[in-house]
Write a protein that binds this ligand. Structure first.
Ligand SMILES: Nc1ncnc2c1ncn2[C@@H]1O[C@H](COP(=O)(O)OP(=O)(O)OP(=O)(O)O)[C@@H](O)[C@H]1O
Ligand SMILES: O=C(O)C1=C[C@@H](O)[C@@H](O)[C@H](O)C1
Ligand SMILES: [Mg+2]
Length: 179
């Protein structure tokens, strides 16, 4: 398991990519990165500010650049949590498909809504009805997450620790099947 390649987490807002990614990195004793945080650090500004000044398109350009840099070859394996919209660009999907371990953290729209309602740091959920937005995004993105993922893990009604254990099991099974 310690030899597992970089683990990349994809899925919608509120699936728990950041939360579970951090737990996995602790379990594996690996570095943890979150593409949203790396984008913010490089920009010297937070995501709401980037969306306001550069629009979603500006944010997506930064996201692709960040993903590309993080997946450069010859780097030690890490755990990488991505942003919910990482699969929107074909270029990103192609990059993700080159990776051996992409995990789709699945969450129902109701669960996404519950988990995202605690924070107002997600620009896409600030306008209109959040449930309708999450539903619309889910219809577009669920097939795209499935397209890039090698492993899918259901997260509804599970404590974060239980989700990270499930991810570990699913990864082991996947790596054994591939060996
Ligand atoms: N399995 C879980 N059970 C209960 N709460 C959870 C679970 N996973 C995450 N959460 C909570 O849901 C909220 C959103 O989680 P998190 O930020 O990890 O999601 P994310 O997938 O990284 O979202 P984004 O795409 O917006 O970055 C946090 O408050 C977190 O504590
Ligand atoms: O689902 C999305 O498009 C987003 C999810 C977040 O992780 C951030 O990347 C940003 O708020 C956009
Ligand atoms: Mg996150």
């Amino acid at each position: 398991m310690i030899n597992a390649p970089t683990i990349i987490l994809v899925g919608p807002m509120g699936a728990g990519k950041t939360t579970i990614g951090r737990l996995l990195s602790q379990q594996l004793g690996r570095e943890f990165f979150d593409s949203d945080r790396v984008i913010e650090e490089n920009a010297g500004a937070d995501i709401p500010w980037i969306f306001e000044k550069e629009g979603e398109d500006g944010f997506r350009k930064r996201e692709t650049q960040t993903l590309r840099t993080m997946l450069e070859e010859d780097q030690a394996p890490v755990v990488l949590a991505t942003g919910g919209g990482i699969v929107m660009r074909e270029e990103n999907r192609e990059l993700l498909k080159t990776q051996p371990l992409v995990v789709y953290l699945f969450a129902s729209v109701n669960q996404q809504l519950q988990r995202t309602s605690k924070s107002n740091h997600r620009p896409l959920l600030k306008q209109g009805n959040p449930k309708e937005t999450l539903k619309r995004l889910f219809a577009i993105r669920d097939p795209l997450y499935r397209d890039v993922a090698s492993v899918i893990v259901e997260t509804d009604s599970r404590h974060p620790k239980s989700v990270s254990n499930k991810v570990m099991e699913a990864i082991k099974k996947h790596l054994q099947a591939e060996a």
